[in-house]
Design a protein around this ligand. Structure first.
Ligand SMILES: Cc1cc2nc3c(=O)[nH]c(=O)nc-3n(C[C@H](O)[C@H](O)[C@H](O)COP(=O)(O)O)c2cc1C
Length: 242
C-alpha cells in the first residue's frame, strides 16, 4: 500500500470518528437543553366578558391540562381508563378537569383548558412512553391556542396531572408563553400516589415577580368522589371563598 492510500484511509477514519463524536455531543445537549416554546397561531378570548370580580377587586382564571384516557361513558372502562377519569352526571371527565370545574364553579373564575396542538394518544402505554420521551427531551409540546385576554386576570389557578414525578412538559410551555408579573398562581394537581412531587417549587423557580401559593391542592385519583368537599375546604383555607 502506498503512502497516499494509507493517508486517505486515515482521513476517512478521522471523518467518521468526528461525525460519531458530533452526533453524541448534539444528542446529549438536546436531552437537557429545553426545546423552544413556540407561539400558538390561534388566539382565544376566555370568559364571556363578564368575568366575576371578587371582594378584593380581583379577576380569577382556572387553567388546566387533563387527559382522560377515554371520553366514552357507555363503554366498560379498562383499569387504566378508570384511573384517569371520573364520570359525573353521565359525562366522562379527566381527574384534573373535574377539580378545575369545581374550582371554577365555587369561585366564579373563568375556565380555560390547555389543549395540545397535536392531540395526545389515549392509549395508556403509548401515552406513558410519549410523556417519558418528552421529559427526557425537555420538550415544549405546542399549545393549540393563546389566551388573548390573559393580562386581565390577577389570580390564576393552574392544574395538571403528575406525569413521571413532574408536571407534564406542556405545562412548561404554558409557563413560558405568558407574562406572569404581578399575578398570583395557585397550583392544583391530581396524582396516582406521588402527591405534588415538588412541582410547586418548580413553578416558583420558573416564575419571578409572581406570587405562588404554597398551600397547593393535590388529590389522589383514588379519592375523586371526595373532590367537591376537599376543594371547598381548601378554597376556604387559602381564603378565596368564605
Ligand atoms: C404519562 C403518565 C405518567 C404518570 N406519572 C405519574 C407519577 O409519576 N406519579 C403519580 O402519582 N401518578 C402518575 N400518573 C397518574 C396521573 O397523575 C393520575 O392518573 C392523574 O389523576 C391523571 O389526571 P388527568 O385525568 O387529569 O389527566 C401518570 C399518568 C400518566 C398518564
Amino acid at each position: 500500500m502506498n503512502k497516499k492510500v494509507i493517508l486517505d484511509i486515515i482521513t476517512v477514519i478521522v471523518i467518521i470518528l468526528a461525525g460519531v463524536g458530533i452526533y453524541f455531543v448534539t444528542n446529549k445537549t438536546g436531552s437537557t437543553a429545553p426545546k423552544t416554546t413556540k407561539e400558538p397561531d390561534e388566539k382565544v378570548t376566555v370568559g364571556d366578558g363578564k368575568t366575576k370580580i371578587d371582594a378584593n377587586g380581583k379577576k380569577s382564571l382556572v387553567v388546566y391540562f387533563s387527559i382522560p384516557e377515554t371520553t366514552d361513558a357507555k363503554k366498560k372502562m379498562t383499569t387504566e381508563e378508570e384511573n384517569s377519569a371520573i364520570v359525573v352526571d353521565g359525562e366522562v371527565l379527566g381527574n384534573t378537569q373535574y377539580v378545575a370545574m369545581l374550582i371554577s364553579e365555587k369561585t366564579g373564575a373563568d375556565l380555560y383548558r390547555i389543549e395540545p396542538k397535536t392531540p395526545y394518544t389515549t392509549n395508556h402505554k403509548n401515552l406513558v412512553d410519549q410523556a417519558s420521551k418528552e421529559q427526557s427531551d425537555n420538550a415544549r409540546p405546542e399549545i393549540k391556542n393563546k389566551i388573548s385576554n390573559f393580562a386581565d386576570y390577577d389570580i390564576i389557578y393552574v392544574g395538571y396531572p403528575i406525569w413521571w414525578s413532574d408536571m407534564p412538559q406542556i405545562m412548561y410551555t404554558f409557563f413560558e408563553l405568558y407574562d406572569f408579573t404581578g399575578k398570583t398562581i395557585i397550583p392544583f394537581s391530581t396524582h396516582g400516589g406521588s402527591g405534588l412531587s415538588g412541582t410547586v417549587s418548580t413553578i416558583k423557580n420558573k416564575l419571578s415577580n409572581t406570587t405562588v401559593e404554597e398551600n397547593a391542592f393535590t388529590m389522589s385519583r383514588d379519592d375523586m368522589e371526595a373532590a367537591p368537599d376537599e376543594v371547598d375546604t381548601w378554597l376556604k383555607e387559602i381564603g378565596t371563598i368564605d
